[in-house]
Design a protein around this ligand. Structure first.
Ligand code: ADP
Ligand code: MG
Length: 245
């Protein structure tokens, strides 16, 4: 089934000095699609996510969101980052602000909402991730899994068109991984467009429409999870899977 493209990368190249970190990347993420990106450490997964959010510039090629080229700078850049929310491995909450303030701040600054309106929306979203009772607390008073769920609520509060997750559970103790994956699974089933870098193969199997396998700055495979896990084509993917499964 063909879906409207939301995120489109065409012939994207990026270098860090001599290192050709993204090589001729072509990737389309349709509206409502969940694309899981996997691959060895250093293969360019984080750089790919960061380029989609303009946290990294690219040398050549183009990246579009909803048919429009990404802005280079200014107010449009803040809007882009609201529309494509990003959830990082390190939760990146503001330590000196409460949970509620963390979720409300961007809504007020970027979306221009009044504080009362922002707080109302924040409480709805905190309820959705099971944390409404934690609203007055500071991040350090929460577990890692709870902090990551706050980070997801904060991204959702901007009414994003898509969410990028860069190894959202890698910094968590094992018993907290599922509570975060469950929230992500729920978002996926509600039709959120998501690009998820993860080593959680159970999530990839159950939530992904497509698995993209990266190696040395290239997309080596881009297939359904079923195809990828049962019959990886490339030796590099076979080797990777043999190490992690
Ligand atoms: P992954 O997320 O797949 O582990 P990254 O996108 O973080 O890979 O990194 C890809 C390559 O780019 C790695 O070799 C890494 O060392 C290098 N790299 C990442 N960020 C920078 C940077 N800011 N400056 C120079 N090299 C970088
Ligand atoms: Mg990374």
């Amino acid at each position: 089934m063909a879906v409207d493209p939301l995120i489109e990368l065409r012939d994207v190249n990026k270098y860090f000095g001599e290192l050709h970190v993204l090589q001729d990347i072509n990737l389309t993420v349709g509206k409502g699609e969940v694309v899981v990106v996997i691959g060895p450490s250093g293969s360019g997964k984080s750089t790919l996510c960061r380029a989609i959010n303009r946290l990294e510039t690219i040398r050549s090629g183009e990246i579009k969101l909803d048919g429009k080229l990404l802005p280079e700078e200014g107010k449009d850049l803040a809007m882009l980052r609201a529309e494509v929310g990003m959830v990082f491995q390190a939760f990146n909450l503001f330590a000196h602000k409460t949970v509620l303030q963390n979720v409300s701040l961007g809504q007020i600054k970027v979306r221009g909402r009044k504080k009362a309106e922002a707080d109302k929306r924040s409480l709805e979203l905190l309820d959705r991730v099971g944390l409404v009772s934690q609203a007055p607390k500071y991040p350090a008073q929460l577990s890692g899994g709870q902090q990551q769920r706050v980070a997801i609520a904060r991204a959702l509060a901007m009414d994003p068109k898509a969410l990028l997750f860069d190894e959202p559970t890698s910094a968590l103790d094992p018993e907290m991984i599922n509570e975060v994956l469950e929230v992500m699974q729920q978002l996926a089933s509600e039709g959120m467009t998501m690009v998820v870098v993860t080593h959680e193969m159970g999530f990839a199997r159950s939530a992904a429409n497509r698995v993209v396998f990266m190696s040395d700055g290239r997309i080596v495979e881009d297939r359904t999870p079923e195809e990828f896990f049962t019959n990886p084509r490339s030796d590099r993917a076979k080797d990777f899977l043999s190490k992690i499964l």
